[in-house]
Write a protein that binds this ligand. Structure first.
Ligand SMILES: Cc1cc2nc3c(=O)[nH]c(=O)nc-3n(C[C@H](O)[C@H](O)[C@H](O)COP(=O)(O)OP(=O)(O)OC[C@H]3O[C@@H](n4cnc5c(N)ncnc54)[C@H](O)[C@@H]3O)c2cc1C
Length: 407
């Protein structure tokens, strides 16, 4: 295939936030050779709105797209959609597409994201159940979410619960089945995990702590038998059991793959001309293993790989941060509660807006802020800069965290 922007250069496989960020960052930093994104889907789009505004109908295709076609053209970034890469040639570096064309490369960036994990119990009904990873998945599900229908969500993690709130807003009866008791405990601590569980009850979401043992389909209706002895009948089933890093190409190319594509601190795979970023990557650094799964980390990977290809110093990896929306609740989570020795509450727990703060050795190590993104940003800086503050200062909403940051 002729590359419209010149020969070789950087070929990025995957047009999600990680791949697209890498392309624009390369241009921003003055990379002059060809930059090409090969995207298997219809257009480069973001994922977080798919279970939120896009599913509820408040956001359009344009709202979820990552940059306009004009922006790609202006930056001379070659974008080929419906371009599924079949293989990476590591001998003479390049990629081969499903349609038989080939593109040579100086560097390849794997940004292939993740694939939804479909529980084995859903295998027989795979054709008729749903999941949400792409805009096409979300569109297909959206058509089914009609008021008065009954939805079964398999998996009570972040995505499953978020999607359940959206379905409630749309007027569906929703049941979540999740075998793990309080699956958010290690993410937000036990008190907030319990509160969020109760909030979902109050939103009318029926929650079963159970496994789905079988699903049968009769006349378009589903019947699920659960390990707690109950039976759920429903019109729509969504599998929301997490994702697997999409490692197929890396595996075929003989790169080191474990759960994800193994990369070092510089996003390099076991072949130094090939990088991996975002949800497909698994970073091994200083004896620790870091996996993706959140938007900001994927974006940062994209920025970092551009610097590394250009031989520039890359921003360090940052604290884990993500957000999730559940009805009127917007929750920002920073750091790891699992590492914390104690927690305290800023504001009134359970009110419209409050934060749970995790401490380790007397320092702030994690925070979960409900409807308070400003406090989340400030606490994040406090953690990143290891700023000393007393528990009383943290608890008291009258304390100006910006002033603490200036100490
Ligand atoms: C529904 C949903 C909601 C989410 N909500 C939040 C949230 O609220 N907060 C948060 O922090 N995170 C959220 N996340 C997680 C976050 O969106 C992801 O971590 C992020 O999108 C990962 O970006 P990525 O570029 O690595 O992968 P992706 O966005 O998955 O992009 C990978 C791209 O690679 C393409 N591709 C794969 N294989 C090939 C191939 N062989 N050839 C060509 N192209 C290929 C795919 O088509 C895809 O477009 C959510 C994720 C989902 C799915």
């Amino acid at each position: 295939m002729d590359n419209p922007w010149g020969s070789r250069g950087v070929v990025i496989i995957g047009g999600g936030v990680a791949g697209v960020t890498a392309a624009f960052e390369l241009r921003k930093r003055g990379y002059r050779d060809a930059v090409t994104i090969l995207e298997a889907g219809t257009f480069p789009h973001d994922r977080p709105p798919l279970t939120k505004g896009f599913l509820s109908g408040t956001l359009s295709d344009d709202d979820v797209s990552l940059y306009t076609p004009e922006a790609f053209a202006e930056e001379k970034i070659g974008l080929k959609t419906h371009a599924s890469v079949l293989t990476i040639d590591t001998h003479d570096l390049g990629v081969e597409l499903r349609d038989g064309t080939r593109l040579d490369a100086d560097f390849v960036v794997l940004a292939t994201g993740g694939l939804p994990r479909i529980p084995a119990v859903c295998e027989d009904s795979r054709e008729s159940i749903h999941w949400v990873r792409t805009i096409e998945d979300a569109r297909r599900l959206k058509r089914e979410l009609q008021p008065g229908r009954r939805l079964l969500v398999i998996g009570g993690g972040l995505l499953g619960v978020e999607l359940s709130y959206t379905a409630r807003e749309l007027g569906l009866a929703v049941t979540i089945v999740e075998p793990v008791s309080r699956p958010l405990v290690h993410i937000v601590g036990d008190r907030l995990a319990d509160w969020l569980h109760a909030h979902a009850d109050q939103a009318g979401i029926v929650q079963h702590e159970a496994e789905v043992l079988s699903i049968t389909q009769i006349d378009g209706l589903f019947r699920a038998e659960l390990s707690d002895g109950s039976v759920v009948e429903c019109d729509v089933v969504v599998a929301a059991a997490g994702f697997e890093p999409n490692t197929r190409l890396a595996g075929q190319a003989g790169l080191n793959v474990r759960t994800g594509v193994v990369v070092d601190a510089g996003q390099r795979t076991s072949d130094e001309r090939i990088f991996a970023v975002g949800d497909c990557a698994e970073r091994h650094e200083s004896g620790e293993v870091y996996r993706g799964g959140h938007w900001e980390a994927a974006k940062l990977d994209g920025e970092r790989v551009a610097c590394i290809i250009l031989g520039e110093a890359a921003k360090p990896h940052s604290l884990p941060w993500f957000w999730t929306d559940r009805g009127e609740l917007h929750i920002d989570v920073i750091g790891q509660f699992a590492d914390c020795e104690e927690t305290l509450v800023r504001g009134q727990f359970g009110s419209t807006s409050f934060s749970v703060i995790g401490l380790n050795n007397g320092r702030v190590a994690a925070a979960a802020c409900v409807n308070d993104p400003k406090t989340a940003r400030q606490l994040r800086k406090i953690i990143e800069n290891n700023v000393d503050c007393t528990p009383d200062e943290l608890r008291d909403t009258a304390t100006d965290l910006r002033r603490i940051l200036k100490r």
